[in-house]
Design a protein around this ligand. Structure first.
Ligand code: ZN
Length: 426
């Protein structure tokens, strides 16, 4: 998990008066052209301990983020990505630090003593507020980030939602381990990445503790809450699994015109039951599954229209579960992302096709194995089905721009590129 080279980022912060011969101002971004302010320079995060209390009735979140990092430059000050929430205090290595906010996105922290290059330091940020929800640039009614639902929140932050609920170094080049301590009103569930290591109810609140010991790009963190039926089990291979399904999914027919059709819940449960088999299928083609836990989260929420490969525990829109074949296919897609996107992460967001092309191609390989058709047939259907004049063919999938990050072309032409490579190299 590296950052921009120290030389490239030294002294670039706005109003950089603190830079002198002995210490630098960490840069406000890592230099990703799609999101110039995302990520920061001068340090490498190792661990986030996120203590969060979220009340769905008021949509308010109270948080304490403890961020352990190593300085990669000698630092007089450094930035975190954080927006929307109110900062109450910041401490560095146990001592109160000065801080300021700028450009709606940057939290600049000035520790009392400068941080030595190569040394570890701990930052504690206390904050609260109502987390902001993002609207997708490509689809005006598609919320992402911290999405307040009818009974909790779906937390699906790709690409830039994380800064709305915790202060961080928001770029996939700075992976870290995570511990989540999430309190929600008693009776609700809070589901994060990794392993459930504790659950305690004190009065009106239940605190859920999840530990994610494997490095993770921070946009893959989730703290999804609401009413869930949590099922814990192991696959035949012994992988620890956590599946969370909203009980309301079991009362809603998947076909609104046919009250006798199977419910979203029944179909989702059937597809999730195949995760062990799907992981075996992917392991045979890719490599060992890279993480020590698995599972999936399906919420009954009308405005979540996509799925996200949140590490070890993807979040799925219920609308994928309209038939067993569609349900199985989206699970193949999100589990393939555990290798492509999660374990192997992007250096720059413009390379998004490496995530989506491989995940889409995994669906085509699954189709080749299980029906309805071979990868070649899937390729041909796209190739022959979309007229040459369609803008689909002019998107530059190796540099689609932030507006077209999740364009169909990135997925389908990405998979076509992988198929062409497979034909050439096997
Ligand atoms: Zn995907």
């Amino acid at each position: 998990s590296g950052l921009a080279p120290a030389g490239a980022s030294a002294g670039r912060a706005a109003g950089d008066t603190a830079s002198n011969g002995r210490c630098h101002a960490g840069a406000p971004g890592v230099g990703d052209p799609y999101y110039p302010l995302y990520g920061n320079g001068g340090y490498d995060v190792q661990h986030y301990l996120l203590k969060i209390r979220y009340n769905p009735a008021t949509d308010r979140l109270v948080g304490v983020a403890t961020i352990t990092a190593r300085a990669t430059q000698s630092l007089c000050r450094f930035n975190l990505d954080f927006q929307g929430m109110t900062v109450r205090s910041v401490k560095v290595n146990g001592k109160p630090a000065r801080w300021s906010r700028s450009q709606d996105h940057e939290l600049t922290v000035v520790p009392q003593r400068h941080l030595k290059k190569g040394h570890r330091f701990t930052t504690v940020v206390r904050y609260d507020g109502v987390p902001r929800t993002y609207i997708d640039p490509s689809a005006p009614d598609l919320p992402y980030g911290w999405i307040h639902t009818d009974d909790g929140a779906d937390v699906v932050s790709e690409p830039e939602g994380s800064a709305n609920w915790f202060p961080l170094n928001d770029h996939p080049t700075d992976k870290a381990t995570f511990t989540f301590v999430v309190s929600v009103p008693a009776g609700l569930e809070a589901i994060s990445n990794g392993r459930l290591v504790g659950r305690r109810t004190h009065g009106r609140w239940t605190t859920w503790v999840w530990n994610s010991p494997e490095l993770m790009a921070p946009y893959l963190a989730t703290a999804t809450s609401g009413q869930f039926r949590l099922r814990t089990y192991r696959t035949a291979d012994g992988l620890r699994m956590y599946d969370a399904l909203d009980p309301d999914l079991f009362t809603e027919p998947s076909n609104p015109d046919d009250p006798a059709s199977p419910t979203f819940g029944e179909i989702a449960q059937g597809s999730l039951a195949r995760q062990g088999e799907i992981l075996d299928f992917l392991e045979r083609r890719f490599s060992r599954y890279p993480f020590s836990t698995g599972g999936g989260i399906v919420d009954d929420y009308d405005n979540l229209l996509f799925a996200l490969e949140t590490q070890t525990r993807p979040v799925y829109s219920k609308y994928f579960f309209t038939s067993p074949a569609n349900g199985d296919s989206v699970i193949v897609h999100e589990l393939a992302h555990q290798w492509f996107g999660d374990s192997v992460a992007l250096a720059e967001w413009k390379h998004i096709w490496l995530n989506e092309g491989f995940a889409q191609y995994a669906e085509w390989m699954w189709s080749e194995d299980q029906g309805p058709g071979t990868a070649q047939e899937q390729f041909d259907a796209v190739y022959n089905g979309i007229p040459a004049t369609d803008p689909f063919w002019s998107v530059v999938i190796g540099d689609p721009g932030p507006e077209l990050l999740f364009d169909n072309a990135v997925y389908l032409r990405g998979a076509m590129a992988v198929h062409a490579l497979r034909l050439a190299v096997g």
